[in-house]
Ligand binder design. Structure first.
Ligand code: PLP
Length: 412
C-alpha cells in the first residue's frame, strides 16, 4: 500500500534506497513514487465511475513534465491556470479536449493560446474576463466554451490562504452577479456558457462543504434553466485533503458516492480537478543535516533544504511529517528543523522528536509531492533541487539539479 517504506532500517521509494539516491543525485532532492501517483489517480478516478465525468489533474500541484506524462498516459485531463501550464500539458501529450483553464487573471495571449489549442472549457472568474475572452475569440473566429466560477459562500474550514469559496475571497462570482453574467454571455457572439464551476478551497477534510456547494450550484442551475440557459457541465474543482499529520480526510469513494446520489438523473457531465490528493503523498523531500546546533533553549538541525525548496511550513504554518532516512538507536531529541535562509520564517518543522542525528545524515520530509517543487524559488540564489521519479527498480531524473550557470542564464 505505501511506497515509501523502511526496509532493513533504510527508507526506500519503491525498490530504491533513499540514501543511495541522495548519494548519487545530492540533496535537497525531491523523490516521487510512480506507483503512488498511479494508485492515487486510479483510486480517485474510479471513485466517480458511476458518473459521466472527467478527472482533470490540477497541474499547479506538481507540474513536472514526467509527472504530467505519467498521468496523461493514465487518461488524465488537466486543469491549468496559466499559459505555461497549457504548454506543459500539451507537451505531456494531454488531449486539448480534456483541458480546462481556471484562474482569476488570464491574459489575452493566454486566452488566445488556449483557443488555438481548442481546449474544452474556460472557467471564467469575472465579467471583464468574459468580455476579454469574447473579444479574443472573435478576433480568431472561434467560439469559447465557458463556465462561470461561482463563489457559493461556503466555509471549507481550511487554512485561510487556501480557502477560496467564501464571500471575502477574490475568486469567482457571487450568484447575483453570475446570473447577470450568464444572461450577458448568452447574448455575446463568441462565448458559449455551457458549464458552472466552483472550487471552494484546498485540503478539505470533510465532504460536507463540497455537498453544501453542490446544492447551491444545482439550485442555481435550475434558475438558469428557467432563463433558457442550459448547463451541461458541472465542475466541482479540487480540494480533497490528504493526511499530513493526523487528519482523516474522506476517501474519494465517499465523495464519489455522495456525488452520484446528488446528481442522479441530472444529466450533467462532471469535471473534477484534484491536485494535492493525487501528488501530495506521492513525494518526499530528502535533505541532509549540515550542522547540529544547541542553544540554551533549543536543539536545531540545520539542513540543506529551505523555504525556497518547500515553502508550505513558512507560508501556511503547515505540518509535514519528518523522519530519519536511516534508523538509528540513539535517544530521541526535540528538534527544530531549519534551513540556511536568512529569515526566521525559514523552517521545515518545529519541536519534532527525532532520534539524535549527526552532521551529514539524512532526513525525509513527507507529503511533499504537491505544492513542493512547484512553489520553489531561487531565493538567496539557491539552486533549485533535482526531482527524481522512482518506478519500481527504475530511476528517472525528472528534473536535473540547477547549476550556477542556470542561475545567471537570463541575466545580463
Ligand atoms: C489549486 C486548484 C485546484 C487543486 O486543488 P487541490 O486542493 O490541490 O486539489 C483545483 N482547481 C482550481 C481552480 C485550483 O485553483
Amino acid at each position: 500500500m505505501h511506497h515509501f517504506e523502511f526496509k532493513n532500517n533504510e527508507l526506500h521509494a519503491e525498490n530504491i534506497s533513499i540514501a543511495e539516491l541522495a548519494n548519487e543525485y545530492g540533496t535537497p532532492l525531491y523523490v516521487y513514487s510512480a506507483a503512488t501517483l498511479r494508485r492515487h489517480f486510479k483510486a480517485f478516478d474510479s471513485a466517480f465511475t458511476g458518473l459521466d465525468h472527467m478527472t482533470c489533474y490540477s497541474v499547479k500541484a506538481n507540474s513536472n513534465l514526467s509527472v504530467l506524462r505519467l498521468l496523461a498516459e493514465m487518461g488524465a485531463g488537466m486543469d491549468i491556470v496559466s499559459g505555461g501550464e497549457l504548454f506543459r500539458a500539451l507537451k505531456a501529450g494531454v488531449s486539448s479536449s480534456k483541458i480546462v483553464f481556471s484562474g482569476v487573471g488570464k491574459k489575452a495571449y493566454e486566452i488566445a493560446e488556449a483557443l488555438k489549442a481548442d481546449i474544452l472549457m474556460f472557467n471564467v472568474e469575472s465579467v471583464g474576463e468574459m468580455h476579454r475572452i469574447n473579444e479574443v475569440a472573435m478576433s480568431m473566429n472561434k467560439t469559447a466554451r465557458i463556465s462561470f466560477r461561482i463563489n457559493p459562500d461556503v466555509d471549507p474550514k481550511t487554512h485561510p490562504y487556501i480557502s477560496t469559496g467564501m464571500k471575502k475571497n477574490k475568486f469567482g462570482l457571487d450568484m447575483v452577479t453570475a446570473k447577470e453574467a450568464y444572461q450577458t454571455a448568452k447574448k455575446l457572439s463568441n462565448v458559449n456558457p455551457v458549464g458552472i464551476d466552483c472550487h471552494i478551497g484546498s485540503q478539505l477534510t470533510t465532504i460536507e462543504p463540497f455537498l453544501e456547494a453542490l446544492d447551491k450550484l444545482l439550485a442555481f442551475r435550475e434558475e438558469l434553466g428557467l432563463l433558457g440557459i442550459e448547463i451541461e457541465h458541472l465542475d466541482l474543482g479540487g480540494g480533497l485533503g490528504i493526511t499530513y499529520d493526523e487528519e482523516q480526510p474522506p476517501h474519494p469513494k465517499e465523495f464519489g458516492e455522495a456525488l452520484s446520489k446528488a446528481l442522479e438523473g441530472k444529466n450533467l457531465k462532471v469535471i473534477l480537478e484534484p491536485g494535492r490528493v493525487i501528488a501530495g503523498n506521492a513525494g518526499i523531500l530528502v535533505t541532509e543535516v549540515i550542522y547540529t546546533k544547541k542553544t540554551p533553549t533549543k536543539d536545531f538541525l540545520i539542513v540543506d533544504a529551505a523555504m525556497n525548496d518547500l515553502v508550505r511550513p513558512s507560508l501556511y504554518q503547515s505540518y509535514h511529517n519528518i523522519s530519519e532516512v536511516v534508523k538509528n538507536d540513539r535517544p530521541v531529541v526535540d528538534y527544530d528543523v531549519v534551513g540556511p535562509i536568512c529569515e526566521s520564517g525559514d523552517f521545515l518543522a518545529k519541536d519534532r522528536e527525532i532520534p539524535e542525528l549527526m552532521q551529514g545524515e539524512l532526513l525525509a520530509v513527507y507529503s511533499a509531492g504537491a505544492y513542493g517543487f512547484t512553489m520553489s524559488s531561487n531565493y538567496n540564489s539557491r539552486l533549485r533541487a533535482a526531482e527524481i521519479i522512482v518506478d519500481g527498480d527504475d530511476v528517472i531524473v525528472a528534473r536535473r539539479r540547477e547549476t550556477y550557470e542556470d542561475l545567471l542564464n537570463l541575466e545580463s
